[in-house]
Design a protein around this ligand. Structure first.
Ligand SMILES: Cc1cc2nc3c(=O)[nH]c(=O)nc-3n(C[C@H](O)[C@H](O)[C@H](O)COP(=O)(O)OP(=O)(O)OC[C@H]3O[C@@H](n4cnc5c(N)ncnc54)[C@H](O)[C@@H]3O)c2cc1C
Length: 309
């Protein structure tokens, strides 16, 4: 007996087709553009229901299912969607980007071709000071007056390193060796293909406040201008349950539940037990975990008991 096979249709996302190949500008001379994509919100639903064809019930039920999957870290259905991006990014930023091992990458070769003749420039008002509490991050900004000097110095250095590079190339030195004095701000380009599950992981880490500003601007562009159009239901669920959520540890729950019961002394005692605060009367030294808890409590509108006077 002949089997009936349901006809399948390729998933098409009109909003992504409209920006296919269009460079979305990032930083002064960088970009992200969509080269290709596979799947959409309904592919996640389809995989979860292990069904074929459109596999959708009502739109509302699809969204509920996507939100359930994301909330419960049921991740494989999200791996059914893939996206291929063409990116142009400064090498220092790329160095952080390439740490995400779950993507397929092909980078522009400066052994084979001449290095991209562009370096990321910093405007006078954009020079950041070293962070004091987060040793990896930035604090405030230099004054525009101070910044003017460093911007001029940057241009000088970039031009000088490019001049050295060009002279070496003109003298016949191999491109693989000529490049070694190029600045880390030199742009590179890559094709970067990743599935939606791992892309969300990348975005969660790189859109977050602790990530460096430069990679954050790329991640925000990918998230806000691409994923939001490609898989709007997933994007909304990502913001509600992953990116915009607050994760609480066992000790944080113990502190907060005591606070909610009006027991501020007990809450402080828990913090003390976990070494977050010293016994009363002793000097309160910097503690990173305590600072993180304070940030969470601020979002929850809760006043930490150790700030009581
Ligand atoms: C704010 C910030 C600061 C950072 N600072 C530093 C730093 O100072 N020094 C430094 O070296 N790096 C640093 N990193 C990079 C970081 O340690 C990770 O290497 C990077 O974020 C990639 O994360 P990932 O491994 O989760 O992602 P991916 O490589 O995309 O992997 C995704 C997930 O797949 C799984 N996975 C992938 N490969 C393996 C494997 N081989 N074995 C087991 N599981 C695997 C893991 O669950 C992983 O979370 C920093 C990252 C951030 C966001």
């Amino acid at each position: 007996m002949e089997q009936t096979v349901e006809k399948l249709e390729r998933t098409v996302v009109k909003e992504i087709d409209e920006i296919l190949g269009v460079p979305l500008k990032v930083l002064d001379d960088g970009f992200v553009r969509v080269v290709d994509y596979m799947g959409n919100d309904s592919s996640v639903v389809q995989a979860a229901r292990v069904s074929y064809g459109k596999g959708t019930k009502k739109l509302r039920e699809d969204e509920t299912l996507i939100r359930y999957l994301l909330r419960h870290h049921h991740t494989t259905p999200f791996e059914m969607c893939e996206i291929k991006l063409h990116i142009r990014v400064p090498m220092d930023c790329w160095r952080q980007w390439i740490r995400h091992r779950t993507a397929n990458v092909n980078e522009y070769s400066t052994r084979y071709s001449l290095a991209v003749d562009a370096a990321q420039r910093t405007k006078p008002g954009e020079w950041r000071t070293q962070g004091t509490t987060n040793r990896q991050g930035s604090g405030g900004f230099l004054t525009a007056e101070q910044g003017t000097y460093f911007t001029a110095q940057e241009s000088e250095l970039q031009e000088s390193s490019r001049k050295v590079y060009n002279e070496r190339i003109a003298a016949g030195i191999a491109r693989e060796q000529a490049r070694k004095e190029l600045t880390l701000s030199t742009y590179t380009e890559a094709y970067w293909k990743i599935d939606l599950h791992n892309l969300l992981h990348f975005l969660a880490l790189r859109m977050e406040a602790h990530a460096q500003h430069e990679i954050r601007t790329y991640a925000a562009t990918i998230g806000n201008e691409i994923v939001s159009k490609w898989c709007p239901m997933v994007w909304k669920a990502f913001q509600d349950y992953l990116f915009g959520s607050v994760e609480l540890s066992k000790q944080e729950i113990a502190i907060i539940s005591r606070l909610q019961a009006g027991d501020r002394t007990g809450a402080r005692a828990v913090a003390e037990e976990y070494g977050l605060v010293p016994p009363p009367g002793q000097e309160m030294k910097f503690n990173l975990e305590r600072k993180e808890i304070e940030e969470k409590m601020k979002r929850l509108g809760i006043r930490p008991p150790w700030l009581d006077v």
